[in-house]
Design a binder for this molecule. Structure first.
Ligand code: HEM
Length: 477
């Protein structure tokens, strides 16, 4: 009996694989070729550019090198064709067509919707309602001041944990942001910084990371999805967050603001959808901000002069944590980190209802994935007079003459995306980063621990993260 079941199962899997391969071949034969080909030495007729893109450690560097070599160009991963869009006027056009005609690429939506069905994955008409309900919780630095005390408390905890140690900065920064989202999101102190457990949430990241980067999951999705424990885990997470929503958040939390706004809606969001939006905060707001803090600390630990200058700002900020004008050099560092090592290195989109004219060609709905290479644009499409645009310079954006101490941000720099769908958490992430880094600067002299493996680089995971752990020694002052 078992033998029969195994044989039948294997036959079904084999049939699915054959069907998938035939479908790929059929689609490979069709269309494409409207744009110059991305110059890959490993391209072949079946895999397309997949082999060259298969290594997450080098994926983004390869994409950037293609953009640099030929500008707007096309690539293919099996039968899925994409265009890398390298001109700002084309990005502006996509931006103006969001969210109606230009939407998130289906692959991104389907992957993220699994654990976090919320604002990030929503499209019209639901998107308008979700954005209206979710984004007021994040508006402006002033509004965010309500979350200040919780973030300050966690920054003290961060200092406690790293004090006197050679600490793994990315692990600590990641825990800091996870604890921040728990606390300001719905008043739950996971306290992962001091060993608390949030594995229910963090396991989602590892499953998603695997699904996003492994060709296996994309190639045989039916089998992949059923063998990674995702289904049971997804149930547990949504159950947990729906209970949180039913209990309601304490005052001064994102959840309390969501619930308040939701009550004033004619068609309010269901508990399930609100829970999905809480999951979205974790997914969109923890490792992104954690990675940004990590790079900031790494640059400070490497450059002792920069560290001394920013320490002066950190002391000013201690008494005025809402006064972003007090920390122009740190804000310049934040912007430069996001430009050069930003956790979101590209945005994948698709035009849906009508064709659009991009880079001199008409693109039919669904014909190509439209990829905006954010990191490439931030380095290679700055105004002509920008000095050494591909070099990291923490002081680049400081301008003592301007009212907030910073030069205006050029259009080419879009680490938080663009148009109506720009990241609503951008101010919160800046607040978290500044509070955490200032607390560390006030308490410690930081020096980078050399692991003898050369400079750290950003590598593709779920987002862009350092290619290996970054260790810094925190000497109490
Ligand atoms: C340095 C930190 C962060 C970076 C670099 C970042 C980057 C991004 C990017 C590139 C997008 C896509 C925008 C687009 O499609 O044009 C996005 C969307 C989003 N982010 Fe962030 N993010 C960060 C932090 C946060 C935080 C802290 C939160 C909330 C707690 C958050 C919540 C969201 C949400 C809800 C969306 C979906 C918005 C929509 O589709 O309407 N992000 N983010």
């Amino acid at each position: 009996m078992w033998r029969w079941i195994v044989d039948a199962g294997l036959t079904v899997v084999a049939a699915l694989v054959v069907a998938k391969v035939l479908n790929i071949i059929r689609r490979v034969m069709r269309s494409g070729g409207k744009f110059p080909d991305a110059p890959s030495s490993r391209k072949n007729w079946f895999f397309g550019h997949a082999l060259e893109l298969s290594n997450p450690a080098t994926r983004q560097d390869i994409i950037d090198s293609w953009c640099e070599a030929v500008g707007t160009c096309e690539y293919r991963v099996f039968s899925r064709r994409g265009i890398l869009i390298t001109e700002l006027e084309d990005v502006a056009k996509l931006s103006s067509l969001r969210p109606r005609q230009v939407q998130r690429a289906p692959i991104v939506r389907s992957l993220l919707e699994y654990f976090a069905p919320g604002l990030f994955t929503a499209e019209l008409p639901e998107w308008t309602v979700e954005r209206r309900i979710v984004s007021p919780a994040f508006h402006s630095h002033a509004r965010l001041s309500e979350y200040g005390p919780a973030i300050l408390e966690l920054s003290e905890r961060l200092c406690e944990v790293v004090s006197g140690k050679e600490a793994n900065v990315n692990a600590a920064a990641y825990k800091f942001t996870l604890d921040s989202i728990g606390l300001i999101g719905f008043g739950q102190d996971f306290d992962t910084l001091r060993g608390g457990d949030a594995s229910l949430i963090t396991k989602c990241f590892s499953i998603l990371g695997k699904r996003l980067t492994s060709p296996y999951y994309q190639f045989v999705p039916f089998v992949g999805e059923r063998t990674d424990g995702g289904k049971a885990h997804q149930k547990a997470v949504s159950q947990f967050l729906e209970d949180v929503v039913r209990r309601g958040g304490p005052d001064r939390t994102v959840l309390s603001k969501l619930l308040e706004k939701n009550r004033s809606e004619n068609n309010p969001l269901s508990d399930k959808r609100l829970a999905g939006n809480l999951a979205t905060l974790f997914l969109a707001g923890t490792d992104t901000t954690g990675t940004t803090i990590t790079w900031m600390v790494k640059h400070l630990a490497e450059d002792l002069t920069l560290q001394e200058e920013t320490r002066v700002e950190a002391h000013r900020f201690a008494n005025r944590p809402n006064d972003f004008g007090a920390v122009p050099l740190l804000r310049s560092l934040f912007r430069e980190v996001l430009r050069m090592e930003g956790p979101a290195s590209l945005i994948a989109l698709q035009n849906t209802t009508e064709s659009i004219f991009i880079a001199g060609k008409n693109i039919d709905p669904g014909e190509y994935t439209l990829v905006v290479p954010l990191r490439f644009l931030g380095k290679h499409r700055l105004p002509q007079d920008e000095k050494e645009p591909t070099k990291f310079d923490a002081r680049r954006w400081v301008d003592p003459e301007s009212s907030d101490g910073l030069r205006p941000c050029p259009k080419a720099i879009m680490p938080f995306g663009f148009g109506l769908r720009i990241c609503p958490g951008k101010d919160l992430s800046e607040l978290e980063a500044l509070v955490a880094v200032c607390a560390l600067l006030r308490r410690f002299k930081m020096t980078l621990v050399d692991d003898g493996k050369g400079p750290h680089r950003a590598a593709f995971a779920f987002t862009m993260i350092p290619d290996r752990d970054i260790y810094v020694k925190f000497h109490p002052i």
